[in-house]
Design a binder for this molecule. Structure first.
Ligand code: NAI
Length: 304
């Protein structure tokens, strides 16, 4: 099930290992998708014990899928058997695809990929789930930058079909195609795009958040009213305030800041002072119990 004998490259074979580095929110979601698709999956996280916790969390999620009748018990057994935590990076040596979902800091990501390149084979596809950094910059120091691609999943990864397949300056066409075919085979809806700040979705969504924040800052209406208006008339499933509470005010602000910086602080992307105050006060949204709105600490989190 490797590349097609001729013509365009095929997906990474289901028998080949997919490694996920960084096992927080996104890493766990991506791992679940690859695992349910049939791959052996290996998880690595630099925080001790975190990969093992992710294995336990993923096993519990698979159990819930079985309870809901969305996965049968035999498939669950097989999936759990294919899932392993790695204690050292070199345990990822046989991965055909590595998806990185670690902290959104360029030097940290560059260092990780430099280390990974010493461990994996030359034909291993290296992918980043970055939402706002330059794919080209992350690949900048690699020996083989052609095998590097952006695979931008959306949160929650098991539920949301869209994946942006981002080609950096040096990304080989065949590598992007292989990445595209792989996530398509996982039941996702990939779209190809070039490496520009925010890619497609995070870029086009900036004014949605920014204008709503400006309307609020100008005193036109409160967050609940603006959200309601956009749900009712705008046709959005969630308004900008409740949506950023779900995403995390810190995460949303960081993306805005990154796009703004990438465009040399173009005023059209200027971050909001009201949102800055929210982040400074630790009101990050659902994850801290408060953001624009208040949430009971034990409130049900949306379940991937
Ligand atoms: P998170 O904070 O939930 O998880 C990050 C994990 O990476 C942590 O477990 C941490 O211990 C680990 N880590 C940090 N540095 C590491 C290193 N050098 N080596 C190995 N593991 C390391 O973060 P989250 O939200 O899952 O985000 C991860 C990436 O995904 C970021 O690049 C983010 O921009 C991107 N992303 C996030 C989305 C979101 O809605 N949260 C959506 C799409 C992309």
């Amino acid at each position: 099930a490797e590349a097609a004998a001729e013509g365009a490259p095929g997906p990474v074979g289901r028998d080949r290992t997919v490694a996920v580095v960084g096992t927080g929110t996104m890493g766990q979601g991506i791992a679940q998708v690859a695992l349910v698709a049939g791959h052996p999956v290996r998880l690595y996280d630099s925080a001790p014990g975190r990969a093992e916790e992710a294995v336990a969390a993923l096993t519990a999620r698979l159990d819930r899928l079985v309870e809901k009748g969305r996965l049968d018990a035999t498939a669950r057994e097989a999936a759990v058997g294919r899932l392993h935590a790695a204690r050292e990076l070199d345990e990822l040596a046989d991965a055909a695809l590595v998806v990185e979902a670690i902290v959104e800091l360029l030097p940290v990501k560059q260092q990780l990929f430099a280390d990974l390149e010493k461990v994996v084979g030359d034909d291993t596809v290296l992918a980043t789930n970055t939402s706002s950094l330059s794919v080209t910059a992350i690949a900048g120091g690699l020996r083989l930058p052609g095998r590097f691609v952006g695979l931008h999943f959306f949160n929650p990864a098991p539920l949301l079909p869209l994946v942006e397949v981002v080609s950096g300056f040096a990304t080989d066409r065949d590598v992007a195609t292989r990445a595209y075919e792989t996530v398509k085979g996982w039941g996702k809806t990939p779209v190809r795009c070039a490496d520009t700040p925010g890619f497609i979705v995070n870029r086009v969504a900036r004014p949605f958040y920014a204008e709503a924040l400006r309307v609020f800052e100008e005193g036109a209406a409160d967050p609940a009213t603006i959200d309601a208006a956009l749900r009712e008339c705008g046709g959005f499933r969630m308004g900008p305030f409740e949506l950023t509470d779900l995403i995390g005010q810190d995460v949303n602000e960081a993306v805005t800041r990154s796009v703004w910086d990438s465009f040399h602080q173009d005023p059209k992307f200027t971050p909001s002072l009201a949102q800055r105050r929210l982040v400074e006060s630790g009101r990050l949204g659902r994850k801290t119990g408060h953001g624009w709105f208040s949430y009971a600490q034990d409130a049900e989190r949306p379940e991937p």
